[in-house]
Design a protein around this ligand. Sequence first.
Ligand code: ADP
Ligand code: ASP
Ligand code: MG
Length: 595
Amino acid sequence: MSIIVQKFGGTSVATAEKIRNAARRAIAAKSQGHQVVVVVSARGKKTDELVDLAAEITETPTPREMDVLLSTGEQETIALLSMAIHKMGEKAVSLTGTQIGIITDNASTKARIKKIATKKMHDYLDDGHIVIAAGFQGCDEDGNITTLGRGGSDTTATALAAVLKASMCEIYTDVEGVFTTDPRIVGQARKIPQLSYDEMLELASLGAGVMHSRSVEFAKKYRVPLRVRPSFSDGIGTLISQKGPEPLPVVTGVALVKDELRVSIKNLPDRPGVMSFIFSKMAARKIPIDLVVQDIAEEGTAGVTFTVPRADFADALTAASSAVEEIGQGTVAHGTELSKLSIVGSGMATHTGVAAQMFQTLADHEINIMMISTGDIKISVLIRSDRALDAVQAIHESFHLDKQENKTPTIGFQHASEPDIQVVSDDREQEVVLGLANMEDIVVSDVLVDTSQARVTIEDLPDRPGIASKVFKAVAEGGIMVDMIVQNVSEEEETNITFTIPRDDLEQCLLLVREVIGQSDGAALSYDAEIAKISVAGIGLRSHTGVGDKLFKALADNDINVLMVGTSEVRMTAIVKKDHAARAEEALKKSFAIQ
Ligand code: ADP
Ligand code: ASP
Ligand code: MG
């Protein structure tokens, strides 16, 4: 008999009537012949209320007691839902995370799932019960209650669906499905009928709050089909699965993180090992770093800038300062009131004009781009927070995301040839997943090397809206596919942009760029045809703090200097000198235990 997992979020179980509504859905699925497991969140704003209550008692609650407290929200809902089902004449049983046997590590308030026992759930299901599971919680090996981080009920749902080999995991929520952007920010946002795990992973980890990004990792790892559905209507919602729709849209959605902070470390010695040292300091404190941009080294000094969430900011500054002290050189600076705006789309890799159009739209609205960082299927920029909502609206409009058709950028064109993207082997990935000691362990399945690219850098461009867009427009209209782009936060009104392109296009690209920057005083162009792009591929690379650390360390230990970095959920990339490529590949394979 097939198993269906249904998850109801906080607003979908906020009142007695909504709980009855959830009960009816579960019973309906059962009467269609499925075995049904329902995962629920705490009702309404219950978790927030508990957080506030704790804050009234103490400023420094221990994480262990926070978990004991917060887990009560979900415990309340499971009992109420179970009662509602009983009242409707069906068999149901409520189970806490501990009762099920959801075993996590001991990282209170942000625990990761290690394994899940299925016997008790199967016994109840086989006996005709609907199983009601508390989301967001588990227990460590010593029996302490743990929670999975805010929004973690989605993760419980996909994890249960994975271990129970469910045919579908339905996420019931307060919107019609996954939208092209948060429908609360942009009224014209449109529901997306179907998207791929990779797109959802990027969207979720870049700020689309509709799904917990760790839950999408589970779904992708264990190939659980997901459907995000409205709890308030019969809408069919959004299907998320391995393959996206055909043809793949160039841009699928826009995501925003409003409260980002920037940490910059400048004047560092330019030698292998320095970046690795800094990243290891951050990883040791479990600080997730994002939007990493390294300066192209000048006069023997190097710099790195990254963004961190507000909650980790103080910790990140302390770690940066102590790193600089130990290195004996460098200065730490920071920036606040920043927002990260990202566009995501699988078809991006074959269209030349996506970046140019994004930058142009921002320029048209006088929104300055402070940093740029790209991944295979996403482009992220850092902008000032006070323009963030305008920016989302403008980008959404510019790519016609409110319309079903016609989402192709007006700048550049679709490349006729297949893009030269190295494909990650699905079989390898599944092999690694099946061999994991703990369910949420990092999956790194491949090391990929690409020696077909060249680097172009424009230094000392005047820092004002419109510069990036001019450069990338010229390149896009010349038919050149830009791969990685990084722009660092500007100092003294000037900025540097670096990007990679196919080496065969280098000469033409230089011509095009020279023409654009010819009009900008003082800007200088440099390039390097002898580079290699080396990446580790896997799942959820950004949510695990240690991957960057390990990558940099492996390269540093082999005396390999990293020239540029890029991160995405499924790939972490470093640009190195071409003659270091073979050594880098070997080092990374060894470090990530890949044959
Ligand atoms: P739940 O309590 O059901 O887990 P959440 O509040 O966690 O619900 O997630 C649903 C909310 O996510 C929506 O109300 C919406 O405002 C927000 N959201 C953000 N980005 C998106 C998006 N791209 N598509 C749909 N909803 C989004
Ligand atoms: N109740 C928890 C929270 O509010 C978990 C969840 O709703 O997913 O974060
Ligand atoms: Mg949620």
